[in-house]
Design a protein around this ligand. Sequence first.
Ligand code: CTP
Length: 404
Amino acid sequence: MLKGKSIILGITGGIAAYKGAALCSKLVQAGAIVHIIMTESATRFITPLTLQTLSRNPVYIDTFDERDPAVVSHIHLADHADLIVIAPATANAIAKLAGGHADDMLSTTLLAATCPVLVAPAMNVHMYEHPAVVNNLELLAARGVMFVEPGTGQLACGYVAKGRLAEPEDIVLAIESWFGRGGKLKGKRVLVTAGGTMERLDPVRYLTNDSSGKMGFAIAEAALLMGADVTLVAGRTSVAPPAGVKVIRVESAEQMLEAVTGIYDDMDIVVKSAAVADYRAVQISGQKLKKSGEKLVLELERTTDILETLGQRKQNQFLVGFAAETEDIDHYAMDKLRRKHCDLIVANDVSLDGAGFNGDTNIVQIFGSEGLVEAMPLLSKREVAVHLLELIAGRLAYSGGNGK
Ligand code: CTP
């Protein structure tokens, strides 16, 4: 997929610069022609010789170190690149790109480039959440810059939080998505729901579930890389949503219903990966509930089934539901597909190790009106998302419209 593609890999000065070596190696192995541009500070973490050896090309650091009199390096590189990837992208590199600075080889080449740019940020969580960084990321997303979100885990500074550079495999997957599938969902409006809903009992207590939002966020990120215009309706999540998508935050199933039905008519594809509460409290207490007696009985009532509502109102939308099961998957998945008028159901056995809520992996089976379409092995949620969207794009292309 990457054979002959010219990729500039910009490596900036964070500890994750060492992962740039693995990324470079994987891109070269996949057939890409890789030109490395390092910032001065990146050379403090990893040597240019390592990257020259892995990329089999000279490494650029200094704008004025012109080795070939026939060309101006930053213009020549920019003109011949199919894609620029910045991994890791520090807060400073992101700020420079957002501000249009051109004070080193990488920032100057970025200004001269007309090809797409993919940014993989890596930094301390407080830096990542700083309003200046958030603003810069939003500005870049609005300009069409693509992102591979940082992962959550142990950071070099000691925090366990969001900010780790995405794994090189995931960055390669995003790059392949762009080259191989880029444009497959171009012009399509995609709505993804993610996370769990919260049903209030009183001002400080609520009913919720273990959904992290990771599966829905991976779908939103992959749809964006395939050229779609993505809107996320997100409930309670344990990770931040990907940059570049419109996010509508909701709490309850009722709010999610309102948000989703409000924009449904404009959508081409709807993927309902949110874990929506089936019941809510009949009475939400305005005051904190005080304890009294040994037992407390909560009276709950059914929420509206959002997916079923969408299924009933369906015009041309391609509708995808999720089914979390612990037994008899085929039976329950097919039942949900028919009952909720879905085009596809993504079912998983949440009792299996590596599947379901909170983790970074999933094991899913996808059902269509004809029965089982695909049974996937244990894959990262990003890989599941890419496969699912490929399937949707294929069905849309085959039907010339709504998948029917
Ligand atoms: N769903 C929804 N609104 C609800 C409940 C569920 O839109 N009030 C959607 C979920 O987003 C998911 C699908 O329905 O896409 C399946 O959810 P799940 O809870 O597994 O199925 P249910 O139909 O609620 O059936 P059951 O709980 O009996 O398994």
